[in-house]
Design a protein around this ligand. Structure first.
Ligand code: ADP
Ligand code: MG
Ligand code: MG
Length: 533
């Protein structure tokens, strides 16, 4: 259908309708594992209570052709980032400690050094697994027809696949059981696209598992979890799917635990996890795939021993999701470098290097999904090697441009997980205090201008224990961020890269327009689904 009125979304509900819908929604969420562990200073070892994840009551509208476009682009993005991860020379240059971001960003530098040390020993990954999520917002400056623009591409710990499937199912259920009180003709099942992220992500993990262990049926997939993870149900759904559909078992450990129990055999380089004999007779479990839902932020590495453990895992023959190379490939700096002239062509159009190349039109469509970006260090030749401006008071091009255009920009460091960016009016003061040598760690990105006035009703659990009544949800003006999930298994054989990939489900996170940041885990956003219009 065309002519959808975004400003009139969602339909206005009466108080009675809103309450009815809220009860259906939260009880469905609680019954179907659309859950979070409640916030607590330290989480109990044995959880006994959960709260429902923050939710939108209505699905959020998105033009059908932009959803199709995002889904179509995922295949090229899967291949692109796989090839970036296989290009040591490129990653050394962009992320390494000699010429790249690793020079000025300690976290990136540590990861890169660990990877380089293994390569110097002759240890390379035969196969890598990526579980990706490419995130988009609609860009509609001056109310123009909205276009799809990429926010970022995640190569590590891409989360909320399973819970987003549950929210899609929730909105279908609300439609089936209440008809949303016939408040909109757009609310029909054919406008709510299916979302099979759980089976999709599990299929990626299972494919890597069988690539590793055709012979060793006892190997398990290791989930590396954060110490105080509250988003455990999103991870458990994958565990249950792997067990039920693929007969593959998972084991969860934190980096803290792994310091003591991870062992890599010195000849075979197989990874084993020690477990008490009363739990597993052999006292040790072989690992086929390491799925990182941690290790993406410096907070996950409080001491050097944590880095040593991360590199021990990398040394093993278990397939990493992601490898250090693939984690580095997901850096914001790489995203910016990909916008530079000729870089996409290097990875997508070089027929001498790659069996499969992409057409000019396909590459153009990918490029059209980029916003303008540049490094804050552009024009840094004005600096002396110790980072002093040659002419006092004179700023390099990258910083000057960021200052001039601050109102339409976001600055991003090489971090994941939300809460790290600097927006608009905060930019000039931030630039005043940024030491010149740290410019290289930051990119400037033009802000995506989302269509105004779309609304939704958002529900968050009312108290930390989930026991008190929720506040009646109120209509809020919102921005919705679409994420498309893809996976990829790749490696080099006889010098040639090969990539097997697939596109599966999607995620919508919706936040109030008063927040610059997104992120469900950080408390800014709620989980949502799609209404195709
Ligand atoms: P992270 O890896 O921490 O999730 P993101 O690049 O996704 O970092 O930025 C966090 C949030 O900031 C996004 O979810 C989005 O809401 C907002 N954001 C990031 N880039 C832009 C942009 N170019 N325009 C508008 N909002 C943005
Ligand atoms: Mg993000
Ligand atoms: Mg990210």
């Amino acid at each position: 259908m065309t002519g959808f009125d975004f400003a009139a979304w969602p339909p206005t509900l009466t108080e009675a309708q809103l309450e009815e819908l809220s009860v259906y929604a939260t009880t469905y969420a609680l019954s179907h594992g659309l859950l979070y562990l409640p916030p607590a200073p330290s989480l109990p070892k044995v959880p006994t209570a959960a709260i429902h994840a923050p939710l939108a009551l209505f699905p959020s509208p998105l033009p059908r052709k932009l959803f199709e476009q995002a889904t179509r682009l995922q295949r090229i993005y899967n291949v692109l980032y796989s090839r970036v991860a296989l290009d040591d020379e490129f990653l050394d240059q962009v992320m390494g400690v000699e010429t790249g971001v690793g020079k000025v960003d300690d976290f990136i530098g540590q990861l890169w050094r660990g990877w380089k040390a293994l390569r110097d020993e002759g240890i390379d990954q035969s196969l890598h697994l990526g579980i990706f999520r490419s995130d988009y917002l609609l860009h509609s400056p001056n109310g123009e027809t909205p276009e799809l623009k990429q926010v970022e591409f995640n190569t590590i710990s891409s989360s909320f696949g399973p819970l987003s499937q549950r929210v899609s199912e929730l909105h279908r259920y609300l439609l089936s059981t209440t008809g949303y009180f016939n408040t909109s003709p757009y609310l029909s099942l054919e406008n709510l696209p299916p979302n099979q992220t759980i089976s999709g992500v599990a299929a990626g993990l299972a494919a890597a598992h069988s690539a590793y262990s055709a012979s060793t049926s006892n190997a398990r997939i290791l989930v590396v979890a954060q110490d105080n993870e509250r988003n455990v149900f999103d991870q458990r759904w994958l565990e249950y799917e792997l067990l039920n559909k693929h007969s593959i078992r998972m084991i969860r450990r934190t980096l803290t635990q792994l310091q003591k129990v991870a062992k890599v055999d010195s000849t075979t380089r197989k990874l084993f996890i020690d477990v008490p004999k009363d739990l597993e007779a052999s006292g040790s479990i072989e690992i086929s795939v390491i799925y990182f839902r941690a290790a993406y932020t410096p907070h996950d590495f409080p001491t050097p021993a944590y880095y040593a453990t991360r590199f021990l895992l990398e040394r093993s023959t278990a397939i990493k999701c992601p490898s250090l190379a693939l984690q580095l490939a997901g850096g914001k700096k790489v995203q910016e470098v990909l916008t530079q002239a000729g870089v996409l062509e290097r990875f997508l159009a070089d027929g001498k290097k790659y069996h499969e190349v992409f057409s000019k039109e396909e590459i153009q469509e990918l490029r059209d999904s980029f916003m303008a970006m540049w490094g804050l260090d552009v024009g840094d030749d004005l600096l002396t090697p110790d980072g002093q401006a040659i002419q006092a008071g004179k700023e390099n091009f990258g910083v000057r441009k960021a200052r001039e255009e601050a109102q339409v920009l976001v600055l991003k460091p090489q971090r994941e997980g939300g809460g790290n960016n600097v927006y608009k009016q905060d930019i000039p003061a931030f630039l005043d205090t940024l030491p010149p040598q740290e410019r290289q760690a930051w990119i400037a990105m033009q802000l995506i201008v989302t269509p105004a006035d779309v609304g939704n009703y958002l529900i968050r659990a009312g108290s930390t224990t989930g026991s008190s009544d929720i506040q009646a949800p109120v209509r809020t003006n919102v921005i919705s961020e679409l994420g498309i999930f893809g996976w990829s298994i790749f490696g080099k054989e006889g010098g040639h890269s090969h990539v097997k990939e697939d596109t599966m489900g999607w995620l919508v996170r919706t936040k109030g327009t008063d927040s610059n940041e997104g992120g469900v885990a950080t408390g800014f956003s709620v989980l949502d689904s799609l209404l195709l219009v």
